[in-house]
Design a protein around this ligand. Sequence first.
Ligand code: HEC
Length: 147
Amino acid sequence: MIARLFLATILIFVSNQVFAEEVTYRKHIKPIFDAKCIACHGQDSAPEYYAFKEEPDKWMSKGKGMRMDTYSHLIFYTAWPDTGSIMRRLDDGKVAGKEGNMYVYLGSNNEERQKNLKLFKDWVGNWTTKRWKDITKEDMDKIKVKY
Ligand code: HEC
């Protein structure tokens, strides 16, 4: 009996690993983004990254960040050119050393934040906080960001 239970547990564990669903932008990340981030990073009023950087105070005073509301915009903050930005800002502190200032927006409680952080991590594929000057080609190759 115990042996059977043990075997069943192992089987469930193994099949979960093998058939684990791939995390994609369309299925997993966009819904989180639309619920948690779009108010400040949406197309309606948020500027492109470089326009934001020209007048950060103006945009911050309106409570706006830079536009990230499409797949193409969002991946700008993963591998290149704003390398590691999503990873540094969304990290809970375990990888980055300190909690990123956007982590708090991932959920209304710790459980939700951790769940959504895990989805972001799985989506990115390589949760490196390195900047462009430090990142290697091997690091870059492991960044997946599936559409
Ligand atoms: C209440 C408004 C607000 C919300 C909600 C918000 N952000 Fe931000 N975000 C900002 C502002 C303003 C900045 C620019 C100031 C700064 O760098 O901290 C910013 C900066 C960032 C940056 C850094 C970009 C850079 O300069 O490299 C990233 C990445 C980011 N946000 C991701 C997110 C994600 C992902 C979410 C949702 C989980 C989110 N933010 C939710 C306001 C917000």
